[in-house]
Design a protein around this ligand. Structure first.
Ligand code: ZN
Length: 341
């Protein structure tokens, strides 16, 4: 195992999926400091900070979701070569390199269900990784200190097709208003839909929200492909918006009230028995609509029928343990009804 001396952080991480021999620190052309403290964990401290922004950019929490890893790799390479200037504090994370080297979503357990302490209920390297990533996020935000703009964008792609190619999972706000700046930023990133969570969760992005009050989102950016097979031109808008944020500390702004389709979670569909089944084909798109009364899922215990007209489904997956989430059911909300500040 060698130290990170090149410009391809993704290749370096995949060559050292279990860990690195020792941390390393380098200077960027603009004088900023680059610190690799663990495999897939890189902190960048700007020489000339332009805005009090602490930005966490994570990818590869699911190991087969390659496009965001390539996007982030290219940004880091541009920082190393001086093609991109660092104006904010930045923590870059490649979440699950072990799974990525196996081209798998996860190895033993879905890493994105192990945060906010849920790792304590599991064993294995993914539970350990969740604990270590929480600690990395803690150190990053704590070092920045209070009174700064904290944000975390956790970048994903999906196996399933989607009626809205790019969408965001908004963290539970517990009655507090949503951020006009962040909704505008998501829109500028090319996000087409947002779903407002109705409770805390054990995802990585929610950890940053729950533990550090960050504006933190899980972003689904399109379909899964193998490394090298991604058309990165499909990510131009988010790439540009993130680069603007990294360099100038400014949140690009889209007209979210015009462009963003907003959804509330109206029901969480839980797998309630071993014979639980979804009443549609495997290739149904995310955000497909059901009419009121239409059968969505059934088991020997009970059945679930849509309770609203035009109820949308997202993340359907019957292949979860009994008691696990098999889908979220959504109801569209008018942007004017969204409470923002
Ligand atoms: Zn994912």
């Amino acid at each position: 195992m060698t130290q990170f001396t090149g410009d391809d952080f993704l290749a370096y991480t995949l060559a050292n999926p279990e860990g690195i021999s020792s941390p390393c620190e380098r200077k960027l052309p603009d004088g900023s400091r680059l610190i690799v403290s663990d495999t897939g964990v890189m902190t960048l401290e700007p020489a000339n900070e332009v805005a009090p922004v602490d930005l966490v950019l994570s990818c590869g929490v699911h190991g087969n979701e390659t496009a965001p890893m390539e996007l982030v790799r290219d940004m880091v390479s541009d920082l190393i070569h001086g093609r991109l200037t660092l104006g904010v504090r930045l923590l870059v994370i490649i979440g699950n390199p072990v799974a990525a080297t196996k081209a798998q979503r996860f190895d033993e357990v879905n890493l994105n269900r192990l945060f906010s302490g849920a790792h304590a209920n599991h064993q294995g390297h993914e539970a350990e990784r969740a604990l270590n990533l929480e600690a990395a996020v803690d150190r990053f935000f704590d070092y920045g200190g209070a009174g700064r703009s904290r944000c975390h964008y956790d970048l994903h792609t999906a196996i399933r097709g989607s009626e809205h190619e790019k969408f965001a999972v908004h963290p539970f706000m517990d009655g507090k208003p949503y951020s006009d700046t962040q909704l505008g930023f998501l829109t500028a990133c090319g996000i087409e839909a947002v779903l407002f969570s109705n409770k805390p969760s054990t995802t990585f992005s929610y950890y940053s929200k729950g533990a550090h009050g960050a504006a933190a989102f899980t972003l689904e950016l399109g379909k899964v492909h193998a490394f090298g097979d991604n058309d990165l031109s499909r990510f131009t808008r988010i790439d540009q918006a993130l680069r603007l944020l990294i360099t100038e500390g400014r949140f690009a702004r889209g007209d979210w009230k015009q462009e963003l389709v907003c959804f509330d979670v109206c029901h969480e569909l839980l797998k309630d028995a071993d014979d639980f089944a979804l009443n549609f084909s495997d290739d149904l798109n995310n955000f497909a609509l059901f009419n009121k009364g239409e059968l969505v899922a059934f088991s020997s215990a009970k059945e679930y029928r849509a309770r609203e007209s035009r109820e949308a489904i997202v993340f359907p997956n019957a292949n979860v343990p009994v008691g696990g989430r098999a889908a979220l059911m959504l109801k569209a909300v008018e942007p004017d009804e969204v409470d923002v500040i």
